[in-house]
Design a protein around this ligand. Structure first.
Ligand code: XUL
Ligand code: CO
Length: 441
């Protein structure tokens, strides 16, 4: 059974192509900065949004028309695997990601859920023998089911803590089975609605024990994936403990977990935290904890996680700037944690959406590499901090001064001269680079 038979393999045709089913900018073999686009971008399809999502929202039923939806239960789960590997091949993507519940329905008992997972994992493993598409990361959904109403690893209920741990245990086992590069923790319910009934200290202590036990179990079974925390400030809870990269990193350091985790940074989560996407990437990069990226974008006018496919070229350029400066994503990748809009309900919209996202990041990669080659921002920044290259500035950086000497320096100053930050000029230059990329220059 095929599900996308009306769509042929998507190929690169160049920026002048008018074929909707072609890449205009993403050319997997093209080298940028010494690496192929495919190696740099490491695109991944998110199973939940592409194969499980029905496009329902809090006000309306699902609209998605999916050719596998006439099946039920495990038959539907199996049909989704067939559809997934067909689409992976048509899009020529190197990776995919999933939660346990995306791939297999939960049974009436944990034992049955695990059996369902095993059946689907065996099927995936079979497909993966001949497919180029590998598992970027997997995770478990410890947030949708009502048992997680008060949290999972931070729940006040020890039975729920145990149940959540059992699900992660299984997640680590299947990650190993399928050769996952990373394992993700997104704490959807690891937070609180109100402090009035919350023991914050106890919840954080518990959560750290949860993570320590996960690290220990991965080691025990020889699963060497990179562990990733995915920060998000709110939604579904009012306040989530992994608010942003900085607070997540503080937590990891406080509990001695910092050597075991990096971060999976999602664009729309960054904006919900009141940051730009590039802020979160930069914060992670300069602390050497940038692991992977959930590539999407939010809506400027909406205050929740809209998970749109990334099409903002300015944003993809600044994101790729951080990723190139990071030396790439290592074992991470660009996972499209993104869903088509509710009105884009036809199966081919899934194809258009991925083409749009892949092309947008390919443009971002090319423009960012050019900005780096020409040292556009490096020159601005080097000049801007040049007062620390010599004299008192160098002494501050070298740690060879103190408040006495600084006071003496300040008392001898004959006025202070600052220089313009030239922000508008910098933005105009970035526009120039973007437009040159459109022109194919
Ligand atoms: C939720 C979200 C999740 C994680 C994995 O906002 O981003 O899908 O990526 O649990
Ligand atoms: Co995500």
């Amino acid at each position: 059974m095929t599900y996308f038979s009306n769509i042929s393999n998507i190929k690169y045709e160049g920026s002048n192509s008018t074929n909707p089913y072609a890449f205009k900018f993403y050319n997997p073999e093209e080298k940028v900065g010494g690496k192929t686009m495919e190696d740099y971008l490491r695109f991944s399809v998110a199973y939940w949004h592409t194969f499980t999502e029905d496009l329902s929202d809090p006000f309306g039923a699902g609209t998605a028309v999916r050719p596998w939806d006439h099946y039920d239960g495990m038959d539907r789960a199996k049909a989704r695997v067939d559809a997934a590997f067909e689409l992976f091949e048509k899009l020529d993507v190197p990776y995919f990601c999933f939660h346990d519940v995306d791939i297999a329905p939960e049974g009436s008992h944990l034992r049955e859920s695990n059996q369902n997972i095993d059946t689907i994992v065996a099927m995936m493993k079979d497909y993966m023998k001949d497919s180029k598409t590998k598992l970027l990361w997997n995770t478990v959904n410890n947030f949708t089911h009502p048992r997680f109403v008060h949290g999972a690893g931070s729940s006040n209920n020890a039975d729920v803590f145990a149940y959540a741990a059992a699900k992660v245990k299984k997640g680590l086992e299947i990650g190993k089975e399928l050769g996952a590069e990373n394992y993700v923790f997104w704490g959807g319910r690891e937070g609180y609605e109100t402090l009035l009934n919350t023991d914050m200290k106890r919840e954080l202590d518990h959560l750290s024990k949860f993570y320590h036990m996960a690290v220990a179990y991965a080691k025990e079974i020889g699963f060497d994936a990179q562990f990733l925390i995915e920060p998000k400030p709110k939604e579904p809870t009012t306040h989530q403990y992994d608010f942003d990269v900085a607070s997540g990193y503080a937590f990891l350091q406080r509990y001695g977990l910092q050597n075991h985790f990096k971060f999976n940074i999602e664009a729309n989560h960054a904006t919900l935290a009141g940051h730009t996407f590039e802020h979160e990437l930069r914060y992670a990069r300069v602390n050497n904890i940038l692991g992977s990226v959930d590539a999407n974008q939010g809506h400027q006018l909406l205050g929740w996680d809209t998970d749109e496919f990334p099409t903002d070229l300015y944003a993809t350029t600044l994101a790729m700037y951080e990723i190139i400066k990071n030396g790439g994503l290592g074992r991470g990748g660009l996972n499209f944690d993104a869903k088509v809009r509710r009105g884009s309900f036809e199966p081919e919209d899934l194809v258009h959406a991925h083409i749009a996202g892949m092309d947008s990041f390919a443009v971002g990669l090319k423009v960012a590499q050019k900005l780096i080659d020409d040292q556009v921002l490096d020159n601005v920044i080097e000049e801007r901090y040049s007062s620390f290259d010599e004299g008192i500035g160098k002494e501050i950086e070298d740690g060879t001064t103190d408040f006495h000497k600084l006071e003496e320096h300040a008392l001898n100053l004959d006025g202070i001269q600052n220089q313009s930050g030239r922000l508008e000029y910098i933005k105009a230059t970035i526009n120039q680079y973007l437009l040159k990329a459109y022109a194919g220059a």
